[in-house]
Every structure is written in structure tokens, then in C-alpha cells.
Ligand binder design. Structure first.
Ligand SMILES: [Fe+2]
Length: 209
């Protein structure tokens, strides 16, 4: 009971992050859905799948600590602003670590901005030292960011976004994750070539066990 209440409290907190920026409305849920589709495609299930669902939904909860002026800035961030923005994965991990039920999502949130080539943040982890779930959430996040309008860029059409993913396969993104994404994306029945629609609508992933 208490655990469920706590989870709902995090979900509410998280919704305030999405709501602060009208451009990102629904972003967390879309990232969760895409991440779960890709994870299932990779045969991930059970607790690990739940962790990826939670991390997808709460990946940017650390942006609570980022001022509005930076979050919604319609231009490139200054170096100083970018440094502040870069604290959100660690801040988010700290918030989520307080909830026992979300324990497995903590490293995934912490590392969702790492890159396959080691040029990401916060720790510059590379290749297989990045938790797979974090790489999955990172790709889902990038896909949604590319395909929706943002204060600083217009949405790419699916073809352009697809080309971006392929171009950054093995530099920004884990090859195995890109390949799984395209298997889901190109599957017959993926309405409008949109991987999000191949999954059932998802709320907070809860398990009683
Ligand atoms: Fe993020």
C-alpha cells in the first residue's frame, strides 16, 4: 500500500517535469513505451523489464532541479547551462533511489546519457560497461526528442530520424539496441511506422511480487 502510494507520488512529481515544458508533454510516457518495445524485442522480461519501464518513465525526473529558463530555452545552452543540465541523470538517480520499488531503475536513470563511444555523461562509460537498460532508454529518449518539436529544433520526419539513428549506430547508440529498434519499427503492423503504437498503453509498471 505504502509502496504503491510512494510510486504514485514519484509519478506525480515526474508529471510536473513533463508539464513544465509544453514541448515535452507526454515525452516520458512515449520514452517508456518505446523502451519497453525494444527491451521485449531483446528478450528482456520480469524484473529487468520493469526496471526499464520505470527508468523510461522517470529518466528525466532530475530535471526538477533545472531552472525553467534553461529547460525551455529556445536556443543553444551556454557551457555553464549545459553543465547544470548534465546533472539531471545523477539527481534523478538520487530521487528514485529513495523508493525501494524503483531500486533497479537507479543505474539506468543515472546512465541514460552515456554514449557507446564513451563521449556521453555523467561517467563517460563506453560500450558494454553501459547498462543495457540505460542504452535502451537513451535511444528511446533520443528518438522521441528527434521526432517531436522542441524549443530549439523542429521535429524530424521519421525518415530523417531513422537516418540519424543509423548514422550514430556504434558511436552514440549501442548497435544491438539500434538493430532491435528497427526490427520493431519495420515490423508489419507498426502503424504509421511508429513503434509506440505496437505496444499497449502503459502506466507505471507495477508488480505485486
Ligand atoms: Fe535526460
Amino acid at each position: 500500500m505504502l509502496e504503491q502510494d510512494a510510486l504514485e507520488a514519484v509519478a506525480t512529481l515526474n508529471a510536473t517535469v513533463d508539464a513544465r515544458d509544453p514541448y515535452t508533454a507526454g515525452h516520458s510516457q512515449r520514452v517508456q513505451e518505446i523502451a519497453l518495445s525494444v527491451a521485449r524485442e531483446l528478450g528482456i522480461e520480469g524484473r529487468e523489464l520493469d526496471a526499464i519501464g520505470h527508468a523510461g518513465l522517470f529518466h528525466d525526473i532530475g530535471k526538477l532541479g533545472v531552472p525553467d529558463a534553461i529547460l525551455t530555452k529556445p536556443a543553444k545552452l551556454t557551457e555553464q547551462e549545459y553543465e547544470l543540465m548534465k546533472q539531471h541523470p545523477a539527481d534523478g538517480a538520487k530521487i528514485v533511489a529513495k523508493f525501494g520499488r524503483l531500486r533497479d531503475a537507479v543505474p539506468l536513470i543515472h546512465h541514460h546519457h552515456e554514449r557507446w563511444d564513451g563521449q556521453g555523461y555523467p561517467h563517460g562509460l563506453a560500450a558494454d560497461s553501459i547498462p543495457l537498460g540505460a542504452a535502451i532508454v537513451g535511444l528511446a529518449d533520443a528518438w522521441d526528442a528527434m521526432t517531436t518539436d522542441r524549443p530549439y529544433h523542429r521535429a524530424l520526419d521519421p525518415g530523417e530520424a531513422e537516418a540519424e539513428l543509423r548514422r550514430h549506430r556504434g558511436t552514440q547508440f549501442a548497435p544491438v539496441v539500434v538493430d532491435a529498434f528497427f526490427r520493431v519499427f519495420e515490423r508489419p503492423g507498426a502503424t504509421d511506422r511508429d513503434p509506440v503504437r505496437t505496444t499497449q498503453p502503459l502506466r507505471v509498471v507495477t508488480r505485486t511480487a
